[in-house]
Design a protein around this ligand. Structure first.
Ligand SMILES: [Zn+2]
Length: 807
């Protein structure tokens, strides 16, 4: 199985050439960068005042590395805009943590393999616990990954409420997971530097029952494994100690120094590909340099060379990952994608033309001269449809409605995203309305939500409209003619997506991106306009089209900064525990197939307030940058629809995660791990290997498990977090609907519902949901007296009546 390839291997030097990873001139560049830093600091000496916030000079605003986390300045650029740290892949992170797990990041129980075993499939929603040893950023990133699963599949998660099967996300060394439902509380480690959306998705996919793509039976038809380049006899020690050290020791002591096992394949008895093709783009595929001996020499190369830049992508689930997931779990719908339409099919997704208007939207295609849709941007002739409304004829005020089918929301907030252009008169209007249930069950009542005015801009533009629908509804586009005499165009619509997720706080569109990439030099940057977060913080994005000056060439860099803004006087400073999320949108029409890049970090007390230099484009002050010099390679960027229509679209969000500070809940004291864990060296007999017998008979001690073993078992019925199963506490108000009984008041305490029970003169209520009724002790006697009195009175009245009747 693990024989060197029969085919002639390219010479090492040739392979090196293909994979130039570290340029020689890096040290020189770093020296230049330090010079630039010094220059910038000179410019920024002195303290500036803005509102009530005293702004600090740049060097005092610097992010200092904290012991507990590596998210800050690991590169040691302590006096300049800060790189959060190059995103490392799972194999690198786990190696650095001294781990040698089965297939790199799988904690193996002694069971049948998960993928083929229906008993190890989960029932949804999967109960989860976010342990408090996780970094706050990791907690936010995990909830973000949950949201991606909810958007794309039927996989769902719920906070733990005493179930027997659940996943506890903890921070151990490295990123790893068990495979499939182990029918007990099972650990999933999101260690240092693992808190990236795609890495978390990768580990969750293991937990859902998937192995690595390159361990497929037919792997050798698609990739070459360079066995002589795989590291041997090498195990780095991290020398860490603390809460995780016991787990770490177990893992490390039992680890053999053999890494070839990472590249084994498994036969049909072990894994199934669920009848899907080999997927170079899978988030479960290793990258070319996994477990390599020599820095620039790969251990995996693809037989079709174009895919060398693709394997190991850590953007998001691929289309085939998703297909497999949906097949394994028989998913037919998603949780948060309500509607999407690219107008490619004649039924236009069940949309209807309004009946009360006098004009119509027309479905057009890209084959008409001068007409290009957004779905395919004219790549195919005769395909690529859009909807249009001609505003150059008829009379002013004439309009046409385009209505969605009736939709049934599950949440209370939706985001309507669409692409549009208005090429006619500036007086033309595109309005978004909703038609609501008029309380008789008919979806009839119209409410206007937002208006877009004509602008004669011939570019497709992205738009987001927030809806707050709780009952069945339709969304409606109204095109209105403003001035037909002065219009030679119309209103165009394409690629509509309706999700039950919040709209982004900021959307930055960069046009002619291919020119930008070509004409900027490394280190040069573009600043976004100022956006405001939902709380009112001013924020922006810095784009480094060719990376930071210290980056390797061929990458795009991305960073976040704060701007001073209109609300600074009343806002909380320093602005801690906010997660900044920057997303480069993959402009695929179907949100399920999008593989957008999302980078996120969470602010610490060192990331304080906007400071530094006055910028004229916003007439505001700007903080230093925090971000990634190498967010995504140009190769990956050009491959998917990131640069569609020669336009790059970046979303930015800034969310308060303070309510996630305390998320851990006690468990029922069960063993956190099934017995008989196996690490590499002891594989199940089904796998036909197992030369080393490094068996760990006892459950892997988990810090949390031990701490919690002594805790009292609590009844799940009464004391689980008051949570609705289909909702992430991240995106909803836990008090809506009010879970408290007996008119108790619900208070949102760090994202969890806490009931304040009513206490009346005679009764008071207790219990987590105020479900228990008590009578006040002092009143009890009185009450008994009253009841007794009432009975006595009744008796007297009755006997009097009886006596009267007898008379
Ligand atoms: Zn893995």
């Amino acid at each position: 199985m693990r024989k060197p390839k029969v085919r002639a291997a390219p010479k090492k030097s040739e392979r090196k050439k293909v994979f130039q990873k570290r340029p020689l001139e890096k040290a020189q560049k770093e020296r230049e960068a330090r010079a630039v830093d010094r220059l910038e600091q000179e410019l920024l000496k002195g303290t500036m005042k803005f509102g009530k916030v005293v702004l600090q000079p740049l060097e005092e605003l610097t992010v200092r590395p904290r012991r507990s986390t590596s998210r800050d300045a690991p590169g040691g650029h302590a006096d300049h805009d800060t790189d959060v740290g190059e995103q490392k892949d799972i194999s690198e992170i786990n190696l650095a943590a001294g781990l040698n797990l089965f297939q790199g990041d799988i904690l193996l129980p002694r069971t049948r393999n998960a993928l083929r075993d229906p008993a190890s499939r989960w029932k949804f929603p999967i109960p989860y616990i976010l342990a408090d040893n996780l970094d706050l950023n990791a907690k936010g990133a995990i909830l973000n990954a949950f949201e991606m699963f909810r958007l794309k599949s039927c996989v769902d998660f719920k906070p733990y409420e005493g179930e027997s099967s659940y996943i506890i996300f903890q921070k151990f060394s490295g990123c790893w997971s068990m495979v499939g439902d182990q029918h007990g509380g099972q650990n999933l480690s999101i260690g240092e530097r693992c808190d990236y959306k795609a890495i978390i998705e990768h580990e969750i996919l293991h937990a859902l029952g998937f192995y690595h793509e390159q361990s497929r039976t037919d792997r050798d038809d698609y990739v070459d494994i360079w066995w002589d380049e795989i590291m041997t006899g090498y195990l780095r020690q991290t020398g860490k100690s603390g809460e995780n050290s016991m787990a770490e020791q177990y893992l490390r002591v039992l680890s053999p120094t053999d890494y070839e096992h990472n590249f084994n394949t498994y036969d049909d008895n072990t894994i199934t590909d669920l009848n899907t093709p080999y997927d170079y783009e899978s988030v479960m595929h290793y990258g070319p340099f996994s477990f390599n001996k020599n820095e620039s020499v790969p251990t995996i190369t693809t037989k079709i060379p174009e895919f060398n830049a693709i394997i190991g992508q850590r953007l998001d689930l691929s289309a085939i990952d998703l297909m497999r997931l949906n097949r394994m779990y028989n998913c037919t719908a998603t949780h948060t994608l309500l509607d999407h339409c690219a107008f490619e099919k004649t039924n236009i997704c069940g949309m209807i033309q309004g009946t009360i208007d006098d004009a119509d939207w027309v479905r057009g295609d890209s084959s008409q001269p001068g007409q290009v849709d957004h779905t395919l941007v004219g790549q195919c002739k005769g395909a690529g449809y859009f909807m249009s409304f001609n505003t150059s004829s008829g009379v002013t005020g004439e309009g046409a409605l385009l209505e969605s089918r009736i939709l049934y929301p599950k949440r209370k907030q939706q985001c309507l995203q669409f692409f549009y252009k208005m090429t006619g008169s500036p007086a033309d209007r595109l309005e978004v309305w909703v038609r609501r249930d008029d309380s008789t069950g008919k979806v009839r009542k119209l409410t206007k939500i937002q208006t877009f005015q004509g602008d004669s801009d011939h570019n497709w533009k992205i738009a987001h409209v927030t809806l707050n629908e709780e009952k069945k509804f339709r969304y409606v586009f109204l095109g209105a003619k403003g001035d037909p005499g002065n219009s030679d165009g119309g209103i165009y619509l394409d690629d509509i997506t309706l999700t039950e997720t919040p709209c982004p706080a900021g959307v930055w569109t960069i046009r002619n991106i291919s020119q930008v990439l070509e004409n900027t030099v490394q280190g040069e940057r573009l600043l976004s306009p100022r956006f405001y977060s939902s709380e009112g913080y001013g924020l922006g994005v810095t784009l480094y089209p060719n990376g930071r000056i210290t980056s390797n060439p061929g990458y795009l860099g991305l960073a976040f900064h704060l701007y001073s803004g209109d609300n600074d006087m009343i806002l909380e400073w320093p602005v801690e525990n906010r997660q900044a999320i920057m997303t480069i949108l993959d402009q695929e029409p179907d949100a399920r197939n999008r593989m957008s890049l999302s980078m996120m970090f969470t602010t610490s007390k060192y990331q304080t307030s906007p400071g530094g230099r006055l910028y004229t484009h916003c007439n505001c002050f700007r903080s230093i940058d925090w971000g990634w010099g190498q967010a995504i390679s140009h190769q990956l960027l050009k491959r998917r629809s990131f640069l569609k229509d020669d336009t790059l679209i970046i979303f930015v969000d800034f969310q308060d995660l303070t309510h996630l500070t305390k998320t851990e809940v006690p468990t029922s004291g069960r063993s956190m791990m099934p017995r008989g864990l196996l690490l590499q060296g002891q594989e199940p007999l089904a796998l036909g290997e197992g030369s080393r017998k490094a068996v760990m008979e006892e459950s892997l001690p988990s810090g949390l498990g031990q701490r919690q073993a002594s805790r009292q078992k609590r009844s799940a019925e009464n004391t689980g977090p008051v949570e609705d199963h289909n909702w992430s506490q991240y995106f909803r108000d836990p008090c809506d609907p009010n879970p408290c009984q007996n008119e108790g008041t619900c208070v949102n305490v760090k994202g969890m519902a806490s009931c304040r029970c009513v206490s009346g003169h005679a009764f008071f209520y207790t219990g987590e949901r105020c479900q228990a009724t008590h009578v006040h002790g002092s009143l009890l006697g009185l009450l008994i007296g009253c009841v007794a009195g009432l009975i006595f009175l009744t008796f007297v009245v009755f006997s009097n009546t009886y006596q009267k009747l007898r008379q």
